[in-house]
Design a binder for this molecule. Structure first.
Ligand code: ZN
Length: 188
C-alpha cells in the first residue's frame, strides 16, 4: 500500500488531523495524530496491522509482545496476522512488568509491537524486559514512527508509516502569528 493511501485511511478515521493544535506537551503543531482513533475500527486495525506483520513473515516468531496500553491492539492484530500468540507488559510503579501469568521462555523468538514511537523509550523498555527472561527479540514493529528515524534499537525495526509532526514553541509558532485558531484535540 502506498503512503498516500495509508494517510488517507488515517485521515478518514480522524486519527490524523491537519490544522493548528496545542499538544499535551504544550507545544503547537500543524498536525495531530491519535492512534486509538484509527484502531477503534477493528476492520481497519486488522488491515493495517496485517501489512505491518507481513514485514516480519520471514522470521520464525513465537510471540508478539506489546507495552500496555497503546500497543495492545497492534500486538493483538499483528499476532493474528502471523498466527502466533500475543502477550503484553503492564505498567507498575512506572515500570513495565510481566503479569497475568504471561511467561517468556529462554530462546523464545519475540517481536515487539507498538502503536506509536516518538523517542522509543517504551519499546526499549519492553526489549529489556523480554531479555531478563532470556527471550530472543527478533524485531520491532511500529505502526507510526514519529521520531523521523531518530529511534534506534539494536535489532531490525519496521514501521508502517513515518509521520513528521512539526512542533513549535507557543511564542514562536507561525500558525499563531498567522492568526489561525488553535484547537486542543482530545479535550472535548
Ligand atoms: Zn500556535
Amino acid at each position: 500500500m502506498k503512503k498516500e493511501e495509508l494517510i488517507k485511511i488515517f485521515q478518514d478515521s480522524q486519527a490524523l488531523l491537519e490544522g493548528h493544535f496545542k499538544l499535551r506537551s504544550g507545544l503547537h503543531s500543524n498536525r495531530f495524530f491519535q492512534a486509538a482513533l484509527l484502531l477503534q475500527y477493528p476492520d481497519i486495525a486488522e488491515k493495517v496491522c496485517r501489512i505491518l506483520a507481513d514485514k516480519f513473515k520471514h522470521l520464525k516468531i513465537d510471540t508478539v509482545i506489546s507495552p500496555a496500553v497503546g500497543g495492545l491492539i497492534v500486538g493483538q492484530e499483528v499476532a493474528r496476522a502471523l498466527g502466533v500468540k500475543a502477550i503484553f507488559a503492564d505498567k507498575e510503579d512506572g515500570k513495565l512488568v510481566l503479569k497475568r501469568g504471561f511467561q517468556i521462555k529462554s530462546g523464545e523468538k519475540i517481536l515487539v509491537a507498538e502503536d506509536v514511537v516518538t523517542r522509543g523509550g517504551r519499546v526499549q523498555e519492553t526489549i529489556d524486559l523480554v531479555r531478563t527472561f532470556g527471550g530472543d527479540i527478533v524485531g520491532v514493529g511500529v505502526l507510526v514512527d514519529r521520531s523521523c528515524g531518530q529511534a534506534r534499537f539494536d535489532i531490525p525495526h519496521e514501521c508502517l508509516l513515518e509521520l513528521e509532526l512539526e512542533t513549535y514553541e507557543p511564542d514562536n509558532c507561525p500558525l499563531c502569528k498567522a492568526g489561525v485558531p488553535i484547537e486542543r484535540p482530545g479535550s472535548k
